[in-house]
Design a binder for this molecule. Sequence first.
Ligand code: HEC
Length: 202
Amino acid sequence: MTRLSLCLLLPVALFAQAPNPGRVSFEGHCAQCHGRDGNGGELGPSILTRIGNYTEAELGALIHDGLPNSGMPRNALSDAETRTLVAFLETLKTSAEGVPLTQATVTLTGGGTLAGAVLNRSSDEMQLLADSDHRIHLLRKQGAAYREVTSQTDWPTYHGQVSGNRYSTLDQIKASNVARLAPKWIFPLVNTSPLEATPIVV
Ligand code: HEC
């Protein structure tokens, strides 16, 4: 071995930690579908927020039985390996509700301000849960201020009105310009392959 390669290898050997056996088991049995960090891959969804739906015993049973109808195989792991794997899964767990929300105060185009918790935000939109009325406000950026977005017509079910009419009286889109419509955004839902639906507006 040359002196150079010794120099390069030494620090690795000194500082490498013993691999976490739960992680090794996860990488061997689960990561090919759920991704190395459990955040999902081509063959399986993210499990980060789903782990919390199971007790440790249920996770053990899930690992053992798999989900044969959904494409997750059974695993014949020893009890000891199952326990270390379950303990590792517990460290991956994130709770959708546990994410702390940031607070913001925005200036409204009509004057005044609105303060609350930011539920969602992009470069030109924000959804704010206002401290004052505990309602969700949909805001669209206009210059440095935000305008409250209102809907002239509700679309409360994927059918349109609850009578299922699938028709809107709004006339910005009509027979003469409908051919110019183009997709603006798509939000894929995990594990719902053939589902397509309209957004709901109330
Ligand atoms: C061959 C691919 C594959 C492998 C390997 C695999 N899974 Fe899955 N797993 C899936 C699929 C697909 C689903 C989604 C089932 C659904 O949502 O219908 C799933 C779902 C899950 C869920 C969520 C169940 C729920 O309530 O929605 C957990 C937790 C999970 N897997 C853990 C594991 C663990 C731990 C391992 C390793 C021991 C593992 N999986 C190995 C494919 C896999």
